[in-house]
Design a protein around this ligand. Structure first.
Ligand code: NIG
Ligand code: FE
Length: 404
């Protein structure tokens, strides 16, 4: 006999990951799986036999997915923030050994316990807003030991908190000082030691790179992607954030799940992404926090039908902003996404950016029962207003799980 719990949400206003339903809907869940999604008026009494009715109103969305974060790191960069406000430039700070490398120093010095404790309030803030799946990157270790340390903290997050974690190795984030002048040697370390070790220990699902003048060239990132493929790991990239090097097109040719930031992406890059099904992950928090003016090519992405995701990019340097709902608002105000596009960006398209679109991000029969129920009248309000808590229920794999 199947003892899985049966729960029903009746009369909800549904945004299912792709679209908003006009009629009140019913969502039936058995155990950790969505069983039925039908118009409430079409549901017979008999179909509800054995179901606990959990709610009879509210707006329902898939559990939210933050598909790009660096949430685990040591220290902070408030002093760099102050320096930038006085005119210092992000790239210049990086070239002088600050920026990412200052977080690397603080991260190497921190224990796993300290890194976990530091990430906890950021993770709680995201969960309290309805995030049920988060991607977590390494990238502030830049040596084998510390990169694996960061990935172990990501694994601990998955084990101890009510949230799914998709871990990503970002060894090619910046050149560590001990490799100054020897960036090809560092890339060899990433390809020959970090990727095999992370794959072997099953600590990463994907491999990311930072393709930029202050980080690594297109050719170097390509080597990293080839190594990832040899070890069965998916790939993605920080590309075209500060300049147009062509990293997005190269990543797309290698079948990248997503390319992220992409403020400087050109039409050839967009076309390559459309051909490969690569998701465009927009990071409006980093755009805002760096006071950028070059906006991602939204009209071209729409024209070519490239799916757009939206994420926090939580990190100490360019987006110390632990709020997926704020990102949705910024995606609309700064990049002119519609609220529906922004919602797709943190549900179905975010799942796709993680290679998890078959299981997560959509409310449909057979999908995982990760759900949010909101105290609003229509889904667009989630993008429109920001501040008051509006999450009523957060459901992970069919269970009510508050932000612990
Ligand atoms: O996504 N672009 C590169 N990496 C991060 C920022 C890293 C940092 O400044 O600490 C980003 O913006
Ligand atoms: Fe990032």
């Amino acid at each position: 006999m199947n003892m899985a719990s049966r729960q029903a949400w009746l009369g909800v206003r549904l945004f299912d990951g792709a679209m908003q339903h006009e009629e009140p809907m019913a969502v039936l869940v058995e155990g950790d799986t969505i069983r039925q999604v039908v118009q409430a008026q079409d549901l017979s009494e008999a179909a509800l036999e054995g179901y606990e009715i959990v709610a009879r109103q509210g707006v329902m969305t898939p559990g939210l997915i933050d598909c790009h974060t660096h949430v685990v790191y040591g220290g902070n960069r408030a002093a760099e923030f102050e320096a930038r406000l006085e005119g210092a430039d992000y790239k210049e700070i990086a070239r002088r050994g600050g920026g990412i490398l200052s977080t690397v120093r603080q991260t190497r010095a921190a224990s796993e316990e300290e890194l976990f404790a530091a990430a906890l309030p950021r993770l709680r803030a995201l969960m309290a807003e309805g995030v049920t799946t988060i991607e977590i990157k390494s990238g502030y270790g830049l040596d084998l030991e510390t990169e694996l340390k960061l990935l172990r903290v990501a694994r601990r997050v998955a084990e101890e908190l009510p949230i799914r974690v998709s871990p990503t190795l970002l060894g090619a984030h910046a050149l560590p000082p001990e490799y100054a002048g020897r960036s090809d040697d560092y890339i060899a370390l990433v390809c020959e030691e970090m990727i095999p070790a992370a794959a072997e220990a099953r600590l990463a699902d994907a491999v990311d790179v930072f393709c930029e003048s202050i980080a690594f060239s297109v050719a170097q990132c390509e080597r990293v992607f080839e190594a990832a493929a040899r070890h069965g790991l998916a790939i993605k990239g920080h590309t075209e954030q500060l300049s147009n090097l062509g990293g997005s097109a190269m990543a797309a040719r290698h079948g990248a799940l997503s390319v992220d930031h992409i403020e400087y992406l050109d039409e050839a890059g967009v076309a390559a992404m459309a051909a490969s099904g690569t998701v465009a992950t927009l990071l409006p928090g980093a755009f805002y926090f760096l006071r950028e003016t070059q906006r991602p090519p939204i009209a071209l992405l729409r024209q070519y039908g490239v799916p757009m995701a939206v994420a926090t990019d939580v990190n100490p340097g360019t987006s110390p902003l632990s709020s997926i709902l704020l990102m949705m608002n910024m995606a609309c105000t700064l990049f002119q996404l519609t609220p529906t596009e922004a919602l797709r960006g943190i549900t179905a398209n975010a799942a796709r950016a993680l290679g998890l679109g078959e299981r997560l991000g959509t409310i449909a029969p057979g999908m995982q029962a990760d759900l949010c129920l909101w105290d609003v009248e229509q889904p667009a309000e989630l993008a429109y207003a920001f501040g008051p808590a509006r999450l009523r229920q957060r459901v992970l794999a069919g269970e009510m799980r508050d932000a612990a």
